[in-house]
Design a protein around this ligand. Structure first.
Ligand code: SAM
Length: 493
């Protein structure tokens, strides 16, 4: 019974966007996490079908069950294990079993299908989700990419080298590659499960979708800087920022949700993050003029959004739902714009990265456009020229991500910069990139140079990073010579 209760609770929270299913399952501290995760995912997958069955049989009225619990129980009864651990609910459900079975059978007849799977309205999306690669970010606070690759090779995985095109991310079984865009990212076949792996449990690797690694990578705060992660929990991007800053500087992280912050503390501890200052606080109420934040130059803003880019959360909404969704989108977009405007009020701010895991332009390009109109002293930085999907016209400086074009969940990123910063960089003399003392940001003037080779992405992992990785990668020729890598101590063994 506890299993069904927990699954229903997680579905409820996921629907009200209190977190991603995976995080909620892990937060639950349930004894059999795998069983719980499978039950939640499968119930979520068949959600619209289960709802139709429940409504057509008037199950809620007859049993007084709540919708999510009813969905979990109906799923397990009709499509899963057959309510093996149902307790008193099993007896209740058994009374209605034949009517529920008949409702499912009627749906199949009507749609002329024989398998439950074929009833799914979004089978193409589900397929896309199941086929997304497993992305693993190496936590450079604890180890190096090379050491992680060596460890995994000894652990039975086959290293296929650095990917150079999107198709190289289609991997089978135990093959893995280094990503073509992000230097600290390893890519595995879709069903690779690292949850019980030593590297994951020890915080050496972070399981993070590739698109969600973009904001910290593009913001690229230098060590010793002061920055804010405005809506931070559960903290994957915070730990990425800390890794980029080499744990040096001050990272103020805010979140409204105490439970998510508690999870975040545990995750940051495991990842070896020490430069953070967590606060259970509404970012909109943080005073930009407080002396604490007088040196804040960078902000990562990844506010609550519709989550419409998360493939497993998408479904075909009814018309009534669509209207509800539209109202919700309007309210989210207004919150996101308020957060953006608030972020730009920090007096020494140089750059702010804005991201969502939404595919709706209302939460993405429209929010950024409105913000730029209200803050004419900020502009957009053109991001990663070689990235295959751009923001919708005219915001092509921004990036979008999707299952089809980038083999990730749906995502949006924009990098805003204060005009005075851009001017400062423009005034600096342009330097040769092959010069090891070159200041990378000074090459900003030249746009539209060829995309970088594998060498540069590898080099960027060990060299001092440019002030704006995005600008550097979008606008400079790739380094031919790589600086000799300093061998970092092996910590994964
Ligand atoms: N950046 C996080 C990560 O990568 O792990 C995910 C952030 S999630 C998309 C949005 C977060 O914003 C939620 O944890 C939510 O509790 C938090 N939030 C919502 N409104 C907020 C506010 N006014 N101030 C601070 N945090 C807020």
């Amino acid at each position: 019974m506890a299993l069904y209760m927990k699954a229903a609770e997680i579905l409820d929270k996921a629907e009200s966007k209190q977190g991603a299913v995976k995080t909620l399952v892990y937060d639950s501290k349930f004894a059999n996490i795998k069983q719980l995760f499978a039950l939640v995912c499968e119930t979520q997958k068949f959600s619209s079908i289960l709802q139709e069955i429940i409504e057509s049989t008037k199950l809620l009225k007859l049993t007084k069950l709540r919708m999510h619990l009813a969905k979990v129980l109906v799923y397990d009864l009709l499509m899963g294990q057959g309510l093996k651990c149902g307790g008193s609910w099993k007896a209740v459900m058994m009374k209605h079993r034949s009517r529920l079975q008949a409702a499912l059978a009627r749906m199949k007849v009507k749609q002329r299908v024989s398998k439950n799977e074929d009833l799914l309205p979004t089978s193409d999306l589900r397929l896309a989700s199941e086929q997304l690669p497993r992305y693993v970010r190496v936590n450079t606070l604890k180890t190096t990419v090379d050491d992680t690759v060596d460890y995994l090779k000894r652990d039975g995985f086959s290293y296929m080298g650095q990917a150079s095109k999107l198709d190289d991310l289609t991997l089978k079984e135990k093959d893995f590659v280094r990503d073509l865009h992000l230097p600290e990212l390893l890519v595995f076949s879709p069903k690779t499960d690292f949850h019980d792996h030593f590297l994951y449990k020890a915080g050496h690797i972070i399981l993070q979708d590739k698109a969600s690694c973009l904001p910290a990578y593009l913001l690229n705060p230098p060590p010793d800087s002061h920055l804010i992660d405005a809506c931070a929990a559960p903290g994957n991007k915070t730990s990425h920022l800390a890794a980029i800053m080499k744990n040096k500087g001050r990272l103020f992280a805010f979140d409204l949700d105490a439970k998510r912050l508690a999870t975040m503390s545990t995750l940051l501890l495991r990842a070896g993050v020490t430069c953070q200052q967590l606060a259970h606080q509404d970012f909109l109420k943080v005073d930009p003029d407080s002396s604490q934040f007088k040196n804040v130059e960078y902000i990562l803003l990844d506010p609550s959004c519709s989550g419409s880019g998360m493939v497993c959360l998408r479904d075909d909404a009814s018309t009534a739902d669509q209207e509800k969704n539209q109202a919700r989108l309007t309210s989210l977009a207004s919150f996101q714009l308020r957060c953006l405007n608030h972020g730009l009020r920090f007096p020494r701010l140089k750059r702010l990265v804005y991201s969502t895991c939404s595919i709706h332009s209302q939460e993405n390009e429209e929010v950024v456009t409105a913000c730029l109109q209200q803050n004419p002293d900020f502009r957009l930085i053109p991001l990663l020229a070689q990235w295959p999907e751009r923001g919708l016209h005219p915001l092509t400086q921004c990036l979008r991500a999707s299952t089809t074009k980038t083999r990730t969940h749906g995502f949006f990123v924009a990098l805003l910069e204060k005009h005075s910063e851009a001017r400062k960089r423009m005034q600096e003399p342009e330097v040769q990139i092959s010069d090891p003392e070159a200041k990378p940001h000074s090459s900003f003037k030249c746009d539209k140079r060829p995309a970088c080779s594998e060498e540069e992405s590898e080099a960027s992992e060990t060299e001092d990073k440019p002030t704006t990785a995005a600008v550097q990668r979008a606008s400079t020729p790739c380094k031919k010579k790589r600086r000799k890598k300093k061998k970092k101590s092996a910590t994964v063994e």
